[in-house]
Design a protein around this ligand. Sequence first.
Ligand code: NDP
Length: 454
Amino acid sequence: MPDQTTTLLILGASGDLTRRLLLPGLGTLLREEPGRTVRVMGADRVELSQEDWQAKVRDSLAEAEVPQEVAERVVADSTYHRTDLLEKDQLRALLEQTGSPLALYFALPPAVTVKVCVLLEELRVPEGTRLALEKPFGDSLESAQELNRQLLRVVPEGSIFRIDHFLGVSTILNLIGLRFANRLLQPIWTAEHIERVEICYDETLALEGRAGYYDHAGALMDMIQSHLLEILAFFAMEAPATMQPEEIRGLKAQALRAVQPWGHDPTAASRRARYTAGEVEGTQVPDYASEEGVDPERETETLAQLTVQLDNARWSGVPFVLRSGKALGDKAKRVVVVFREPAHTPTGLSPAPGPDRLVLELKPGSVALELSMNAEGDPFDLEQKELAAELGKSRMLPYGEILGAILDGNPLLTIRGDEAEELWRIVEPVYAAWRAGEVPLEEYAAGSDGPGGW
Ligand code: NDP
């Protein structure tokens, strides 16, 4: 942890991301690492007094139970700057008040972020400045490439932090230890032993008033194109020699480059659906298409499934099923590894009741290995028994881990430019098939487990 004071300048400090995720994340970071020295500056075009801003910061730190003397030091140092970030002179004046090293966090609408980056190229930022950007990184392969080119005109790649907060989720980081730190799983993490993998993020939450964002994104972009493909990259990458950011990010990019729709057929490999009225956990949920702010003609999917393959020696022939949706009957946030049948089970034993599986629950974190063995009763009868472990609670919120890494200048938990482009390269043929009407938009009642037959 550096002892130098880093300035964290949040652009879009009055927005939802800052209030709901960044400031609470900062609170948990300072609770766990109270020795950090960070100067928090907020900038936004919204009128806000210095006192109101400091009260927001103070409340977040108090909520996270940051030691009081640490909280007071950070609050006293924290400033708010009413700025129209698209006005070059105002942006210049803001930058002149920052210190070095500087981390600029773009908590802005994506289109505004792009324009601010153009201005930053003209204004030039202090040496060593880090840029932290939220997803979505562009809305197509071409726009992601253009955004990457623009960012590189401002700072070098090593100073660009493309944020995917799933990479700050400890259960996902646990994949590295689970795969590479024990003798048991490492040798069987191949197509020879694994039959299929499911990466699932089913939510019971419905739209929750977020039509302005979600109706333009949909489940494929909101979850699969970003978070679930990143989990897949951690799951499928080759073994790293070290935890150096460049090594891990390089291995993830290598894995993503091998990803293709199952059978190279984006139509057969994908499914999409939208929820109709129903009941979720005792609450009535209206038809998605009739929600305020939704344009039904856009045909936004609230549930998407994409099966991919990795065209490489380790994973040849193994389907990876990625699925995520809203307003489903049950939460299912997990990675399921289905192992192949044993080469031979002794004749005379009853057949195994099912395939062996490893289930990694993401929220709350746990790992369970379901194995066929003779367990109870008749010793020649096979049963499935579970060896299970709860994973400890994470020490801080995902945004705490992410902010800590940005302040340290460590891009390990972020997405490199080529990775961001690969994520679009993978889903673009799927969107093309959907736009061409090759994959019907199915329906499911809110509170069900999705359309029949999925
Ligand atoms: P909001 O619209 O809530 O916040 C953006 C803020 O930026 C607003 O206060 C807005 O002011 C301000 N702003 C817009 N234009 C300017 C400008 N020219 N100069 C100064 N301030 C400006 O968005 P979110 O916080 O929800 O999202 C921010 C980013 O984070 C987006 O990229 C989003 O995709 C991403 N994200 C958000 C998540 C969330 O849960 N909110 C989760 C993950 C990612 P005004 O209100 O006046 O327009």
